[in-house]
Design a protein. Structure first.
Length: 191
């Protein structure tokens, strides 16, 4: 085939295919939760615990926010910047959990990093009890009832879509304060 014929063929075939686009495996996402539970070691109660539930997610109305009801309860120890935090995301694949798909470790200033990393969730529970903007929260019951929840994580704008188990551990020095888990799904964000 001559060069002239190849150029002519290339110019004539610019229209492309008129089919559906192939969905990406990662990008901007909408997160919705299925359930919350505790992941305490040896079924031993820890000082901080959550008892939460959300409304069901309607995939036909992806812009509709879930409502959160329940409480976050702390006894004996405060949650502040002297704490550490470890978040482990397990991915669901082939009908089983693939553990440790993503691991985020915060060695200090856990409260401030939590406030920056999950601002909507932080605002629901802790913002109204802040004193002079300090990130220090005393033991107590932090309750919400039918609060509109928007799962936003400004430091993590894109993620692979799928079903995840999120395990968050908080502690001070070598003491574990909390181990909470939730199961959530990430789907493509609708513009």
């Amino acid at each position: 085939m001559s060069t002239g014929t190849l150029v002519l063929l290339a110019l004539m075939s610019q229209g492309g295919t008129h089919g559906k686009a192939i969905n990406s495996f990662l990008g901007p996402y909408i997160m919705y939760t299925d359930r919350f539970y505790l992941c305490e070691p040896d079924k031993r109660p820890l000082p901080w615990r959550w008892h939460l539930r959300t409304t069901h997610f309607n995939p036909r109305k992806p812009k509709e926010k879930q409502l959160l009801t329940g409480n976050l309860t702390g006894v004996n120890m405060s949650f502040d910047d002297s704490c550490w935090m470890k978040v482990i995301l397990d991915a669901r694949s082939n009908n089983q959990w693939k553990e440790n798909a993503f691991i985020f470790l915060v060695k200090s200033k856990a409260c401030t990093r939590y406030r920056a990393g999950a601002p909507a969730l932080y605002d629901l529970f802790f913002r109204k009890r802040e004193i002079n903007g300090m990130c220090s929260h005393q033991p107590g019951v932090y309750a919400v009832e039918n609060a509109t929840l928007e799962w936003t994580f400004p430091n993590i704008p894109i993620m692979p879509y799928g079903h995840y188990r999120y395990r968050m551990m908080l502690g001070k020095a070598e003491n574990l304060l909390m181990c909470g888990a939730l199961e959530a799904s990430l789907i493509p964000k609708v513009e």
